[in-house]
Design a protein around this ligand. Structure first.
Ligand code: ADP
Length: 470
């Protein structure tokens, strides 16, 4: 049998209330019964004995009868040192019977005289009281048992009444408590049911914390953490959908890249032939060099795309630097600026160069470094849509390395916690693909270099360092 939380709470709390109520009630009945017996028997005897001592009353049958009228119980008296009855309010036959019961040694707590049962209490009277036997006297009070039982019963009834009322109150409290605990849980479950019904749709983030704004603190906390969890799940689902879209895009772009390769090599080859022809005729044209450089860059980009779409997207294979030509980073920076300067002018971006002549050369594939710098410059320009300053710098760094940096005056990098902007497909731009920094890092790491950035609200510097050529 599966019980709801509410029924379980109700059952547990009611059982507890009834159990505690019955135990306390029983203890109350027992203790009060004893107290009533003591008050009616022993205390009456003490009071009566005190009265005799205080008033120096003589112990006679007549006085005992008067005392019975006052106390409402039978009384008897006898010497302390002998078990005997010398005066009593009892009729003679009962006195004889009482005497016969005394001879058995001690005064019993309970005696039967005729058809009545009495509880007996005794107390010694003070020396001053007048004793017919000459010595100290003891006064006995004989209270009919039914009188004690009646008093005990009246007390029992009121104890039972109070206990029942307490159990009733406890039951009501249990009902209210189970209601306040179980109701928010039910609402929480209902809310989750509704959310799971919309699981297939792009549901808005749940606001369960608000739904339980008047529930217990712990449940509100649970609801808030559930809200957070759900928001993350939704975010992860969107991310998954985006990744799936990008994967399709990746496949498409891989096939496009594949198709682009041949015409690109054709353009490059023809531009080279043309440049050679012009050189033979003693002529030179810078734009042909730029066509070849850009075609090289595109070729590299196409190769990266194919690489990424294929299985080889792991850590890049490092180059054997000794086999590579020496290149100067400031020269590569200039070649990127030659292509990007028109765009900078158009975007109102002022270009600054900080080339340190002391910067050593590096051993590298010029085209790969060119592409890395080109991507950084492109990002910098995109970070300054309303203009600003773009600074390219190259100079010596620690441990025999050369540092290159691209600084912009944009609004800074804004990356959510736990995200790495160098990861493929990480982008915060509406039309971004998220490959620029990924390709940049791969190209630098292939040359045993490192990349990094520093960013604030007033701008960002992306940098890389490469080992200087010997
Ligand atoms: P994409 O440019 O397609 O977004 P990138 O890999 O080049 O891909 O850049 C990834 C993300 O890094 C960008 O979407 C942007 O959030 C952040 N980023 C890169 N460069 C800068 C920069 N200079 N200033 C601010 N954010 C930048």
């Amino acid at each position: 049998m599966t019980l709801s939380i509410r029924s379980r709470l109700l059952l547990a709390m009611n059982l507890l209330a009834i159990g505690v109520g019955v135990a306390v009630g029983w203890a109350g009945v027992y203790v009060s019964g004893r107290a009533i017996e003591q008050r009616l028997v022993d205390e009456s005897a003490r009071n009566a004995a005190g009265l005799f001592g205080m008033m120096r009353l003589p112990f006679s049958d007549g006085l005992m009868v008067r005392l019975r009228q006052v106390l409402g119980t039978e009384v008897a008296a006898g010497p302390v040192d002998r078990l005997e009855i010398v005066a009593s309010s009892l009729p003679q036959p009962d006195v004889q019977e009482l005497r016969s019961q005394l001879t058995q040694g001690v005064m019993p707590r309970r005696v039967s005289l005729g058809d009545r049962v009495y509880l007996v209490g005794g107390a010694d009277a003070a020396e001053r009281s007048v004793s017919p036997a000459g010595g100290r006297m003891r006064l006995y009070v004989l209270v009919p048992e039914e009188q004690i039982r009646a008093a005990q019963k009246a007390s029992e009834e009121s104890i039972i009444l109070v206990t029942a009322a307490a159990i009733l109150v406890a039951t009501l409290v249990a009902f209210w408590l189970s209601h306040t605990i179980a109701n928010p849980i039910r609402r929480l479950a209902g809310h989750m049911d509704r959310l799971s019904e919309h699981a297939g749709e792009d549901a808005p983030a749940a606001d369960m914390g608000a739904a339980l704004d008047r529930g217990p603190k712990e449940l509100r906390r649970l609801a808030h953490s559930f809200d957070r969890l759900l928001a993350r799940l939704l975010q992860a689902r969107r991310q998954l959908a985006r990744t799936a879209r990008l994967a399709t895009l990746g496949q498409v772009s891989a096939s496009v890249a594949h198709e682009l390769r041949n015409p690109l090599s054709g353009i490059k080859m023809n531009a080279r032939v043309l440049a050679d022809e012009l050189a033979k005729a003693g002529l030179a044209d810078d734009s042909l060099d730029r066509i070849i450089q850009e075609a090289d860059r595109m070729d590299l980009y196409v190769a990266e795309l194919l690489d990424l779409a294929g299985k080889n997207a792991g850590p890049p294979e490092p180059h054997d630097l000794a086999m590579l030509p020496k290149v100067r980073l400031d020269e590569i920076g200039e070649s990127v600026l030659a292509v990007a300067e028109g765009r900078c002018r158009h975007a109102g971006v002022e270009v600054q160069r900080r080339w340190d002549a002391a910067a050593p050369a590096v051993r590298a594939h010029g085209t790969q470094l060119r592409q890395a710098i080109f991507n950084l410059v492109q990002n910098a320009l995109e970070a300054m849509p309303s203009g600003g300053a773009l600074t390219l710098a190259a100079g010596p760094a620690e441990a025999g390395r050369v540092r290159f940096s691209v600084t912009d005056t944009g609004t800074g990098v804004c990356v959510p916690d736990g995200e790495d902007l160098f990861e493929p497909f990480f982008t915060t731009k509406p039309g971004g693909v998220g490959l620029g920094l990924y390709v940049c890092r791969r190209n630098i790491e292939r040359h045993r270099g490192t990349v990094g950035y520093e960013s604030s609200r007033t701008g960002t510097t992306f940098w890389f360092e490469l080992p200087a050529a010997d």
